[in-house]
Design a protein around this ligand. Structure first.
Ligand code: NAX
Ligand code: ADP
Ligand code: K
Length: 531
């Protein structure tokens, strides 16, 4: 699990160590981590450090201090280092260390930003160490001009320069992921003590590149994370496995109320997603024409035109491929939500939900649908506002509805009403294809239907009961993203269709589980040798 924190949480965790006079030690650990990441990155590209150039854009706070120390370590490895000081001052000890190591210093107040930007953009490595967790808003004045110019030069340069953000890209809000332009997009963000929330939420995540967390010794003082990301090991532990004596009912039955005469394909794709995600059985409810299509495409599905009350299931999927004019389907959706069973509520069901929900109801809006939902709840956010602050928006929707809210996008965020958030970014932009969301709803529905057997599994991982639904939805988003990526890989990195994502799901599931099982076997044979 990758854990992320607000800037304040990290600073509070640093406090006991700062109070014992370890501030410089922490900074040097951070700087070592950053310098080592640069060296490793160059090695991985078959490049050395001796004679290569590095330019550090430096602010006046501790973030600038990290950057200057890191550059002095790189100078000791033979790199040609230049620092551009954007403030009237710089961290004194770090600047002294940098100068002792032979680094060249430019001051932004004495030189035209354009000339300094041109020099920085010619470097092999640029370190962005202007602002860190102490930032208030975005870059201003000549620092903003400098960074905008470097970003523009690098955008047109064909990607030779490697950009590393120190702790976080300057101009990205550490707590919210909001972006205050200009921001220099990083290839790699080396972040200290724990990831920052803003690196795991869009639009901040767009600028972070790969995120590497460097421990600096404050970890035991960190609180419960406010944002978490499930990694492959978590997936392996949390995905359900059928018991030896399982039967289709014990494995979970999902009821699907999706599709309409206008959008029949959504029903098929939702069912295909569910069938490929380990559910014991799928029961489909909808208009006869759609049911016929579902039968033809997925003979495994039991179809009926009946009511929700007549169908025994463990969870419901409602809403994909339905609009306000599909009254009968909407009534079924409302009945399903009223049943008290776990529900994934997608697309057309979102406007038809009661105002108050429980966390077992998982809403799956994209940004436009989330804005409409918030507006129905009396908020003023439009789609642009949601996109500019996804983390705050998804949390607000969950808090206001009491439901679990999954916001789809390049980064998928899942908020529980408690404020706990999961952030998954396992997919590929090829997933932005019609019907992809229907498959996702099917996957999450299937996992909800199987959740009855899984309570213990989640509590063992420290997931609170009310947050379990968000964890299940995050698991679904991760699986769907990885399946999309795998489908694209099978197409030599080319496009995928929604059906292709569904087809890739079983193998993706299998690979993730096999990874963990072989790990487990290894551990077991080590700790419990056969006698
Ligand atoms: N406290 C510590 O000892 C450690 C801090 N660390 C680093 O320190 C960073 C936090 O350091 P600071 O608290 O000094 O904060 P920053 O380095 O993020 O920046 C704060 C400085 O920038 C100025 N500033 C704030 N917003 C600005 C804006 N929009 N435009 C221009 N100037 C602005 C402030 O007046 C202040 O002088 C972390 O991100 C991390 O990189 C790490 O070295 C680990 C140890
Ligand atoms: N740029 C992107 N990168 C990765 N995944 C994406 C991107 N854009 C969309 N997705 C994912 O693709 C799916 C799209 O769902 P949705 O918008 O509901 O599509 P549709 O309504 O056409 O089925 C979601 O799982 C979303 O997270
Ligand atoms: K920075």
């Amino acid at each position: 699990m990758i854990s992320a924190y607000t800037g304040t949480q990290v600073r509070q965790a640093e406090e006991p160590l700062l109070a014992s006079g370890l501030g410089d030690v922490l900074m040097q650990r951070a700087a070592h981590g950053l310098a080592n990441a640069v060296i490793r990155e160059r090695r991985s590209r078959g490049l050395g450090t001796y004679g290569a150039s590095v330019s550090v854009l430096t602010g006046k706070g501790n973030n600038g201090g990290d950057g200057l120390y890191a550059a002095s370590f790189l100078a000791a490895r033979g790199m040609r280092t230049t620092a551009v000081l954007t403030g009237d001052t710089a961290h004194p000890q770090a600047l002294a260390a940098f100068e002792r190591a032979g680094g060249r210093v430019h001051r932004l107040d004495g030189t035209a930003p354009a000339a300094l930007a041109a020099e920085a953009a010619r470097a092999d490595v640029v370190i962005d160490a202007v602002l860190g967790t102490g930032a208030k808003g975005g870059l201003r004045g000549s620092a903003a001009v400098l960074v905008a110019a470097v970003a523009e030069l690098l955008a047109g340069s064909g990607g030779q320069t490697f950009v590393v953000a120190c702790d976080l890209p300057s101009g990205v809000d550490a707590d919210t992921g909001e972006v205050f332009e200009p921001v220099l997009p990083a290839d790699l963000t080396v972040t200290f003590g724990g990831a920052k929330n803003g690196l795991l939420a869009d639009p901040g995540a767009d600028y972070a590149g790969r995120v590497l967390v460097v421990p600096i010794g404050i970890e035991e003082h960190l609180p419960q994370p406010s944002v978490s990301r499930l990694d492959e090991a978590d997936l392996a532990r949390l995905l359900p496995h059928p018991a030896r004596r399982a039967h289709k009912y014990s494995r979970g039955v999902l009821g699907v109320v999706a599709g309409s005469v206008d959008y029949p394909g959504a029903a098929v794709l939702a069912c295909r997603g569910a069938l490929a995600a380990g559910v014991g059985m799928v029961r489909y409810l909808g208009p006869p024409q759609v049911a016929d299509l579902v039968r033809q495409a997925c003979p495994e599905v039991v179809c009926s035109t009946g009511s929700v009350a007549d169908n025994r299931v463990q969870a419901w999927l409602v809403g994909s491929g339905m609009g306000p004019e599909h009254h009968e389907q909407l009534q079924r959706a409302r009945d399903a939500v009223g049943s008290g069973l776990p529900v994934v509520a997608d697309a057309g069901a979102l406007p038809a939900l009661p105002e108050t929900l429980g966390p077992h109801v998982v809403l799956t809006p994209h940004t436009g649908e989330l804005a409409s939902l918030l507006q129905r709840l009396g908020r003023s956010e439009d789609r642009d506002a949601v996109e500019a602050g996804t983390l705050a928006a998804v949390r607000r929707a969950s808090e206001l509805t009491g439901g679990t809210v999954l916001l789809k996008g390049a980064t998928t965020l899942v908020a529980a009403p408690s404020g706990d958030v999961f952030s998954q970014a396992d997919g590929t932009p090829w997933l932005a294809t019609a019907g992809s969301g229907d498959v996702l709803a099917g996957v999450i529905g299937a996992l909800l239907a199987q959740a009855g057997n899984d309570v213990g599994r989640f509590s063992k991982e420290g997931v609170e009961p009310d947050v379990r639904w968000a964890a299940i939805a995050a698991l679904g988003a991760a699986l769907h993203g990885k399946a999309g990526r795998s489908a694209s890989d099978s197409n030599a990195g080319g496009p995928v269709t929604a059906g292709g994502i569904a087809d890739s799901l079983p193998q993706t599931w299998g690979k993730v589980s096999t990874l963990s099982n072989s790990g487990l076997r290894k551990r077991n044979s080590h700790t419990q040798p056969l006698r």
